[in-house]
Ligand binder design. Structure first.
Ligand code: DC
Length: 221
């Protein structure tokens, strides 16, 4: 059985940063499932396929040409859609909002689920998202759920946007974080929630290094 560490949690909690550092420490593969939903949203927007055209969306999802490339310096993975680098576009608030809307569609989640499970390769996988521990890898031996206050998450998200070359302001970012939380928590299928066997870590007042130590501790026991 190839081991999986699932890292779930809401927008801006720092899952991606923790996932890439832990994956490098363990020398495991990494799955940024949010990037799959975001890339899908970009592709759908490019093709002009709206949320009411389910057949069109499912066809697009089954043909999605997506590639991830890791960077050596703990930077987020670079993402290529149809061989084009979409890493910066992927990180905008607009893409996140559209992704969160499409992510409510159960048949679409089913198609994307198959793609996500293909990332489970030796020697192991660090998978971050909303439903990694509950739906995509329910048998994972290591499960973590990260939380933090919305204000702190909006601050982190804004910083991340700025580093990625995208502009933003705090009240707009906080509003986006809150709206995505609502949608992701209350949707009927695979809502954002901790798996029963997940370790819950409130990161509001923790540094990245402190969070990493807590996560590594459950793997190294
Ligand atoms: O983690 P993120 O902010 O990149 O995710 C963007 C959106 O994608 C999120 O608001 C909901 C959706 N998503 C999801 O439904 N399930 C996942 N496992 C990951 C992301």
């Amino acid at each position: 059985m190839i081991p999986v560490l699932t890292l779930d949690g809401p927008s801006g909690v720092g899952k991606g940063t923790v996932a890439s550092i832990v994956a490098q420490k363990l020398n495991w593969h990494q799955l940024d499932s949010g990037a799959i939903y975001r890339a899908f949203a970009l592709a759908a927007m490019d093709c002009g396929i709206g949320i009411d055209n389910l057949d069109g969306l499912l066809e697009l999802a089954s043909k999605l040409d997506l590639e991830f490339k890791s960077n050596s310096d703990h930077a987020p993975l670079s993402v290529y859609l149809d061989k084009v680098d979409v890493t910066t576009e992927l990180r905008t608030e607009k893409t996140a909002t559209v992704a969160s809307k499409y992510a409510q569609l159960a048949p679409l989640r089913k198609v994307l689920l198959v793609k996500q499970r293909q990332f489970q390769k030796p020697p192991g996988l660090v998978a971050d998202g909303r439903d990694m521990g509950t739906v995509v890898f329910p048998d994972a031996p290591f499960k973590v759920f990260l939380t933090a206050d919305p204000e702190e998450r909006a601050r982190r998200r804004l910083k991340q946007l700025q580093v990625g070359g995208n502009a933003g302001n705090i009240s707009h970012t906080l509003d986006g974080v809150r709206k995505r939380d609502e949608r992701d928590k209350n949707r009927a299928h695979s809502p954002l929630k901790p798996a029963k066997d997940a370790l819950i870590i409130d990161t509001t007042n923790l540094t990245i290094d402190e969070v990493i130590s807590k996560v590594m501790a459950i793997i190294e026991v």
